[in-house]
Design a protein around this ligand. Structure first.
Ligand SMILES: Cc1ncc(COP(=O)(O)O)c(C=O)c1O
Length: 363
């Protein structure tokens, strides 16, 4: 297959020109801010793409799952941070095996969780590097900043644990009402973490890495004095939510889904062959707004079932059975996790494909 027209649908397409531009822009930003870039590769889960990020200047990658780290380690990646509170001796044993081959760190936000890994490493006369997660306002995981000193002190007392630094993620930026609100959240993300790092150091606790980042907040948060590292993930592809948030323009979205109109049962309704199996059912951020835009149209996917994407056809627009459309997903990271393969294109020309090697690694 050499042209997008010949691909069976639904297919996930990544435009290489846009992807390469997104990768180099973020790398330039990190260089200008003087911070290390450690992209969150859970967005794409593709070792080839991770190598492009490293070639552009990233110092390592972030991932969420132990199984994802195993795939990337196998592919030769030698510096991985699991930006997630990893818990349990079973995962500890897998991490111990990985740490023989690469520079590894994991997130922690509890003494119990850290101890479950530390005991495995201590028994092997080793230590695992950890970054303490601090909550900068998202209220998902992470210790409140005022509990950071006490928690960090107890972490440093644990056998098998080495405190490398602290990290945070301002996921609440995805619900922000405006770009100004995102900038304020980003500034807070950087300032809370930098202040927490200063506090820990003043108590004699070791804080090497001070790691922030999400795609909407990266530019502002990485510029805060004291921040050493940034972990944006989604920026490689972008998606409908980033456009709605004002993080990027539609032209900056590298990932689209080619779908076929399979039914037009009424003048105001058309059905595409991409449902939640293809797009996931993640909502549009920051406000709900259907399940995917259609390039060149104002009509959007209004509802999804597993194999059906139901389009509310706007007045003046028409869809015909057999027609092919390009869908802009709400959330690119979850789309990656649903597909074995993505098709690489430049414009309408197919350039190859990549296997989504770390997809489905939920453990
Ligand atoms: C802990 C952590 N760090 C970094 C990221 C990357 O953020 P984004 O996908 O907005 O680029 C995420 C994404 O969910 C995350 O959970």
């Amino acid at each position: 297959v050499t042209a997008l027209d010949e691909l069976d649908t639904p297919s996930v397409i990544v435009d290489l020109d846009v992807l390469e531009r997104n990768i180099s822009r973020m790398a330039d930003r990190a260089r200008a801010a003087g911070v290390r870039l450690r992209p969150h590769a859970k967005t794409h889960k593709v070792p080839e793409l991770g190598r492009l990020q490293l070639a552009a200047g990233a110092t390592g990658i972030s991932l969420a799952k132990t199984g994802e780290a195993e795939v990337f380690a196998e592919a030769g990646f030698d510096d991985i941070f699991l930006a997630y509170p990893i818990v349990g001796a079973g995962k500890g044993r897998r991490l111990l095996a990985l740490s023989d081959r690469l520079r590894l760190a994991v997130g922690v936000d509890s003494i119990e969780g850290a101890a479950s890994l530390g005991s495995v490493f201590h028994a092997a006369r080793r230590r695992i590097d950890v970054l303490l997660k601090v909550d900068c306002g998202y209220h998902r995981v992470g210790v409140a900043p005022e509990r950071a000193v006490e928690t960090a002190r107890r972490l440093t007392d644990l056998p098998g644990i080495a405190l490398r630094g602290i990290f945070t993620h301002a996921g609440h930026a995805y619900l922000a009402a405006s770009p100004a609100d995102i900038a304020a959240i980003a500034k807070q993300e950087g300032e809370i973490l930098a202040a927490t790092a200063d506090l820990l150091r003043s108590e004699g606790l070791p804080v090497g890495e001070v790691s922030v980042g999400s795609t909407p907040t990266a530019r502002v948060a990485m510029s805060v004095a004291g921040v050493t590292e940034c972990r944006p993930g989604n920026y490689v592809y972008h998606d409908g939510s980033q456009v709605s948030l004002g993080t990027c323009e539609i032209e900056d979205c590298a990932m689209t889904v080619i779908a076929t109109v399979v039914s037009v049962p009424a003048a105001d309704r058309a059905v595409l062959d991409c449902g939640s199996k293809t797009l996931s059912s993640d909502p549009l951020r920051p406000r709900p707004g259907g399940h995917g835009g259609i390039l060149g149209r104002t009509s959007r996917i209004e509802s999804l079932s597993e194999e059906h994407g139901v389009v509310r056809v706007e007045p003046g627009e028409t869809f015909r059975v057999g027609e092919r459309v390009r869908v802009l997903p709400n959330h690119a990271c979850v789309v990656s996790n649903l597909h074995d393969r993505i098709i690489l294109a430049r414009g309408d020309r197919v350039e190859g494909d990549w296997t989504v090697a770390a997809r489905g690694r939920v453990r």
